[in-house]
Design a protein around this ligand. Structure first.
Ligand code: CAA
Length: 258
């Protein structure tokens, strides 16, 4: 893994950890952060040893949004021409599950980045929101779409039109957050979730993530058809044979592909 300017990377067993590292700007997401995070995630995704990725920030801020200072003077022609933020879409092509470990502010692009992850583990201190309306803009890294799918129209409209912040208990109640843990425990808890995922059969994990994501892309009937095809595909893996044999023989499975 190369050195990055705005993030730190490390591995813990089969888990790859990406830490946003612009503390003075509360991890504001500038173009370099976008390049670094997407490159590191792609590198971990390509590494056969890595079974899950954790994405985190600092105690104070997961990320306080897109970098307002960087974009404040851009013109319409510039944001259109450079397709501002489009690079973040690369995270949707990462097949390895991504667990966001969120503490403190996850606002604007920070909230959107957390929603680009597959699972959000949040500290009691986490605060979510899409405050772009206060800046005279709207969400631009998928927030209006992913937040609406995550928590429904009524709440998404409330948050996006008023710019109000969501404390973690409400975020969990609404289904935005997967798990809430005591302050300071978010990274440890997220790594534990990632280790659990990494201990499963890799083909099953990849297919399961694809199946759940299909629910966001298509109709129920098409989604169920897609799930069935993916389910049938698991029977082409020796991990299906091993997983079911282990159950019948009352032992732990020894998956070949992890
Ligand atoms: N962009 C650039 N710099 C930011 C930033 C951002 N999104 N958020 C914080 N910073 C910088 C501040 O400018 C400040 O820098 P200086 O010391 O050089 O002045 C430093 O980080 C510390 O911030 P504060 O002094 O403001 O810290 P605070 O504890 O008083 O407040 C905060 C924290 C409430 C998160 C506040 O910083 C804030 O409101 N940030 C902006 C949140 C926001 O509007 N996010 C949405 C951005 S737009 C977007 O994301 C578009 C999109 O959809 C992609």
């Amino acid at each position: 893994m190369p050195d990055f300017e705005t993030i730190l990377t490390e591995t813990s067993g089969r888990v790859g950890i990406i830490t946003l590292n612009r503390p003075k700007a509360l991890n504001a997401l500038n173009a370099q952060v976008m390049r670094d995070v997407t490159a590191a995630a792609a590198d971990f995704d390509a590494d056969p040893v890595i079974g899950a990725i954790v994405l985190t920030g600092s105690e104070k801020a997961f990320a306080a949004g897109a970098d307002i200072k960087e974009m404040s003077t851009k013109s319409y022609a510039e944001v259109l021409g450079e397709a501002l933020f489009a690079g973040w879409d690369a995270l949707t092509r990462v097949r390895t599950p991504i667990v966001a470990a969120v503490s403190g502010y996850a606002l604007g692009g920070g909230c959107e980045l957390a929603m680009l992850a597959d699972i959000i583990v949040a500290s009691e201190t986490a605060v979510f929101g899409q405050p772009e309306i206060n800046l005279g803009v709207i969400p631009g890294i998928g927030g209006s779409q992913r937040l609406t799918r995550a928590i429904g129209k009524a709440k998404a409209m409330d948050l996006i039109l008023t710019g109000r912040r969501l404390k973690v208990d409400e975020a969990e109640r609404l289904g935005l957050v997967s798990r809430v843990v005591p302050a300071g425990d978010h990274l440890t808890a997220a790594v534990e979730v990632a280790e659990t995922i990494a201990s499963k059969s890799l083909p099953s994990v990849i297919l399961a993530k694809e199946a759940v994501n299909t629910a966001f892309e298509t109709t129920l009937a098409e989604g169920v058809r897609a799930e069935r095809a993916l389910f049938f595909a698991t029977f082409a893996t020796d991990d299906q044979t091993e997983g079911m044999a282990a159950f019948v023989e009352k032992r732990e499975p020894d998956f070949r592909h992890r």
